[in-house]
Design a protein around this ligand. Structure first.
Ligand code: NDP
Length: 332
């Protein structure tokens, strides 16, 4: 059978550390990589055994590939996605989909009219921990869900301490980097949409002035469920977690807001405490398999373009809330 052929838009760290390997584990091949820098593109291609590199996006888009993976800085996703859709390529796009909601909505609309699949790489939906929590909530194991709390604070590795801390135009800051993931994950686990957001940010000096390197906030969901998040780049010894509390039970996942297939989930009810059985698997492989299946007409991506619009809207509302010190409503 012919292998699924990928074109990479962006010679990125996330590609290097996770996604290239996941594409190959999922049975795909990488045909070419686009970089704005010919030397960086060529050395990236040679490091990963990718046959071609190019500095011309149209050259990549007109080559025989099935889909592109966009992992450039956040400000570039929208126009690269739209160009790919117009060239008839399916798109797995990194989060946040864009740096404003209007662009993200255009991406979804143009992909629809071009009849290509758009997926958002919210890989945390692929975690066994989070899937088990979603299933348990759906099965009524905690009764009526009332609150969900995500701790996604940690320490930004030194090799990533670049544009995320220094370049607002590229989409810097903890909220567009981390809160956007939390927002998607909360929507996934409790199967609800956000109604309003209230957030506060911190600048501890790691990021430049005006860019938050940590944030806390509350999301009120349409059903009334309260969501709380703590995100940041600056704390080295925090354990990540997701908790969902219902009127007859609680789910507590630890060590789960991560790229690696690890973590555990406890269910606590009147019957005591039990660990949920988990089958850990590579989160990115699962995301890619769902994407390629969706292209083949089987199901939907784990996180669709519409999901990417929703998570971005929540993250941008959090930024606005922090800036204006007010509660910000999310349009339905
Ligand atoms: P990088 O900083 O590694 O890459 C972003 C861009 O920076 C690349 O496209 C590249 O441009 C340029 N670049 C790469 N290396 C250098 C260098 N040495 N000097 C100058 N420029 C360089 O970003 P990340 O991989 O951390 O993030 C990329 C995207 O992926 C973001 O949207 C981010 O939010 C998302 N992300 C998602 C994760 C997930 O798990 N879903 C995890 C991490 C990031 P060019 O392509 O033109 O060469």
């Amino acid at each position: 059978m012919k292998k699924f052929r990928w074109g990479l838009i962006g010679a990125s760290t996330i590609g290097r550390e996770w996604v290239i390997d996941a594409m190959r584990q999922a049975g795909g091949e990488i045909a070419s990589v686009f970089s704005t820098d010919s030397q960086r593109g060529a050395s990236y291609a040679s490091e990963f055994g990718i046959p071609r590199s190019t500095t011309d996006l149209n050259d990549l888009l007109n080559s025989p590939i099935d889909a592109v993976y966009i992992s450039t800085t956040n400000d570039l996703h929208a126009h690269q996605c739209i160009a790919a859709a117009k060239a008839g390529k399916h798109i797995l796009c990194e989060k946040p989909l864009a740096t404003n909601v209007a662009d993200a909505r255009s991406m979804v609309r143009i992909c629809k009219s071009a009849n290509v699949v758009l997926a958002t790489n919210h890989h945390l939906r692929g975690a066994a921990t989070h899937r088990a929590m979603r299933d348990a909530v759906k099965a009524g194991k905690i009764g009526r869900p009332l609150a969900i709390k995500v701790v996604h604070a940690g320490y930004l590795p030194v090799h990533l301490q670049g544009w995320r801390l220094t370049n607002p135009a590229a989409g810097a800051g903890a909220i567009l980097d981390l809160t956007v993931h939390d927002a998607d994950l909360m929507r996934f686990i409790i199967n609800d949409d956000a109604a309003r957001v209230s957030a506060t940010v911190q600048n501890s000096g790691m990021a430049i002035a005006g860019v938050e390197d940590a944030a806390m906030g509350v999301i009120t969901f349409r059903s009334g469920i309260l969501g709380q998040f703590h995100d940041g780049f600056t704390t080295k010894y925090v354990q990540t977690s997701v908790e969902v509390h219902g009127d007859s039970g609680s789910l507590v996942a630890t060590n789960c807001m991560t790229q690696a297939p690890i973590g555990e989930v406890l269910l606590r009810t009147s019957g005591g405490e039990a660990k949920l059985q988990l089958q850990h698997e590579n989160l990115y492989v699962r995301t890619i398999n769902a994407f390629t299946s969706a292209i083949a007409g089987d199901g939907e991506p784990l996180s669709t373009g519409e999901d990417g619009v929703a998570s971005l809207a929540i993250a941008l509302a959090a930024l606005e809330s922090a800036r204006t010190r007010s509660v910000v409503n999310i349009a339905a």
